[in-house]
Design a protein around this ligand. Structure first.
Ligand code: SF4
Ligand code: SF4
Length: 332
């Protein structure tokens, strides 16, 4: 019988022991339907999710809701929107009760006296030219002033095909302000010309992401295996898509036979009653989905399938470790 110990040398076994103690149960929350930007390709607005439910305005209801989520077993609240920092009191309803991660475009600085160790993930879509084209402004110019040197912040850099060959200057400027970075790929939900991936471009971006991880290991939070899964859309010979996706809300999951999935995962709308189909756009064609979190979770929920060789299981550990670092369950 293959055991975990037999697959790993001492060093990797120690890495395994660290993550094996974790029992992460995440869910995602739309804090608001509003945003202070209007990005072309934003999955939230392009799919009309901002109109799917009105916002709950009573702060007591937010607090009661989070208590119920804790009772449901959630131990990681991932706040998205819209732009969560427009509503710090709603953020506090989570932060005061449960480990909380806040996604933001970085234009508003979270109050570090109020949220000293909250993990903040700042969206970045490319160099100033790309950012201006897709988001209407160079957000890095503002977010870098707000978050330079912040030890609980990383950039979530969404790479698009037009950024091929010029990823490094962006990684370097993030390193220069003393912040970490994680990479994912754009799903071109609004069909912007030149922003969809070809097979050749996916091969090239994988090489470039690998190179960034090797050259900037203290700044880039990633895993070669994550790059492989994301750019090939395959895992142990299986193809990504609706029939494999782990990030489907529990009450939307009518798939059979049962799929390996994130236990208790739900994505809630801002009325705290409505749920969305999955962690990203409700209208996205799953066969074109490049969502980074869904891909890394796909590997994580398939632990047993990776126990077929030492190499596969070390790959699994590397991706789980990356996830745990991104949400600060373990140090960078
Ligand atoms: S900042 Fe985020 S939520 Fe706001 S429009 Fe852009 S992608 Fe959408
Ligand atoms: S769009 Fe992506 S994240 Fe959503 S169900 Fe489809 S594959 Fe999963």
């Amino acid at each position: 019988m293959i055991t975990i110990r037999s697959l790993l040398d001492d060093e990797w076994y120690q890495k395994y022991r660290i993550i094996s103690r974790l029992n992460i149960r995440s869910s995602i929350y739309d804090v608001t339907n509003r945003c202070n930007l209007k990005c072309r390709g934003c999955f939230f607005f392009s799919s009309g999710e901002h109109q799917s439910a009105p916002e709950e305005k009573d702060l007591n209801r937010w607090a009661e809701f989070v208590d119920k989520e804790k009772d449901r077993g959630v131990n990681l609240a991932i706040l998205i929107g819209g732009e969560p920092t427009l509503y710090p009191d709603r953020i506090a309803a989570f932060y005061d009760r449960v480990p909380t991660y806040c996604a933001t475009n970085g234009l508003i600085k979270v109050d570090r006296d109020r949220f000293p160790d909250m993990m903040v993930g700042i969206s970045l879509w490319g160099d100033p030219k790309v950012e201006k084209r897709l988001r209407g402004m160079d957000t890095f110019a503002v977010s870098s002033r707000n978050y330079a040197g912040d030890p609980n912040t990383y950039y979530l850099f969404t790479i698009s095909p037009v950024q091929l060959g010029s990823i490094e200057p962006i990684i370097r400027k993030i390193e220069d302000i003393g912040v970490k970075v994680h990479m994912q790929l754009l799903s071109n939900d609004e069909g912007v010309d030149g922003f969809s991936w070809s097979d050749d471009q996916l091969k090239r971006v994988r090489d470039e992401m690998d190179e960034m991880l090797d050259r900037y290991p203290k700044t880039v939070i990633s895993s070669h295996y994550y790059h492989e899964i994301l750019t090939t859309q395959t895992l142990l010979g299986r193809s990504f898509g609706w029939s494999e996706c782990p990030s489907v809300s529990e009450d939307w999951d009518d798939r059979g036979p049962k799929v390996k999935r994130l236990i208790r995962f739900v994505r809630w709308a801002a009325d705290l009653k409505t749920t969305h189909r999955c962690c990203t756009s409700q209208t996205r064609d799953c066969s074109t989905c490049m969502d980074g979190a869904a891909h890394m979770s796909w590997a994580m929920v398939n632990k047993r399938a990776h126990m077929r060789s030492s190499r596969d299981f070390m790959n699994w550990i590397s991706i789980y470790t990356m996830f745990a670092k991104l949400y600060r369950f373990i140090p960078w």
